[in-house]
Ligand binder design. Structure first.
Ligand code: HSE
Length: 303
């Protein structure tokens, strides 16, 4: 029997102005373990979301594995899936990207599917609908992804060691709802506002230039429409900045907040949690290093 374990980092996508294009991998990992067994499907889940994620054929890791098996035309007789999640579900930290990528990558190794990293990322993007979480989760670090039709052009940008504050309010905001809040068209001036700033996010992060990040992470394409959906988020952003954050951004489609600072991370996190509390929401926080490893895998042949 063959067993494959893949670990996948959390990601914070968009980074303010880089909507649907930029993403940064963070040091908080989910584990996906696939074991080829003689028969049946068996799915177990531990950690974040264990009480609410499905363990039937609607499970995302299972659906991703199935997608891979269908694509390569090979499958094990039976499959045991075990997930251990550290990434909070529905938080804007790429938990569904991690499940999708974990299932695809582990299944590809399990059946010697032979798909390349680029092919896995294309499949993951088809399943996710957008590539800005799956690409940094796969490669680690800061990534820029440009879609040319179905083809992904990826740039990996090295960033110096830094820690990112993530504050997650206890509030349910499905990505589909957060996307539905966005306009179909934006004014030219808003597009121009973001283009320059998205380029500046890359330069500021690669230089560790926190001074430039405040300007760089300003955004007119998604945050103005999404922030009002999340109680206390605007106040939590102000509180984080007043506590010393250089820049703040909605993490992915939210509801969590990412704050960037050279120091004082705990103070910043506590200030944002307090602001959410005043709006009636409990919050949790993490202080996470940038992850430079991306998706990691290990194979065991069991007898
Ligand atoms: N770029 C996507 C969005 C990320 O903001 O909708 C979703 O996690």
């Amino acid at each position: 029997m063959k067993q494959v374990t893949v670990t996948i980092p959390a990601t914070t996508a968009n980074l303010g102005s880089g909507f649907d294009c930029l993403g940064l991998a963070l040091g908080l990992r989910n584990e996906v373990r696939l074991t080829a067994v003689p028969d049946n499907l068996h799915i177990t889940i531990g950690g974040e979301g264990a009480d609410k994620l499905p363990t039937d054929e609607t499970n995302l890791v299972y659906r991703a594995s199935e997608r891979l098996f269908e694509r390569v035309g090979k499958r094990p007789a039976g499959l045991h899936i075990h997930q251990h999640n550290n990434i909070p579900v529905g938080s804007g930290l790429g938990s569904s990207a991690a499940a999708t990528l974990g299932g695809l990558t582990a299944a590809n190794i399990l059946v010697d599917g032979g798909l390349t990293g680029t092919e896995l990322l294309q499949l993951a993007t088809e399943m996710e609908g957008h590539p800005d979480n799956v690409v940094p989760a796969f490669y680690g670090g800061l990534t820029l992804v440009v879609m040319a039709g179905a083809r992904l052009h990826v740039e990996q940008i090295t960033v110096p060691a830094m820690r990112v504050v993530i504050v997650l309010p206890d509030f349910d905001l499905p990505t589909a709802e957060a996307r539905a809040a966005l306009p179909a068209q934006v004014p030219l001036a808003d597009a121009v506002f973001n283009i320059g700033r998205a380029g500046l996010v890359i330069r500021a992060l690669e230089r560790g230039d926190f001074g430039a990040l405040a300007l760089a992470m300003q955004d007119k394409l998604h945050q103005p429409y999404r922030v009002p959906l999340i109680p206390g988020l605007a106040d939590a952003s102000v509180a984080a900045l007043e506590a010393g954050a250089a820049a703040v951004a909605l993490s992915g489609a939210g509801p969590s907040l990412a704050a960037f600072a050279p120091e004082g991370h705990k103070r910043i996190a506590q200030a944002a949690v307090k602001a959410f509390k005043l709006a009636g929401l409990n919050g949790r926080f993490w202080i996470l290093p940038v992850d430079n490893q991306g998706c990691q895998s290990a194979i065991i042949n069991l007898h």
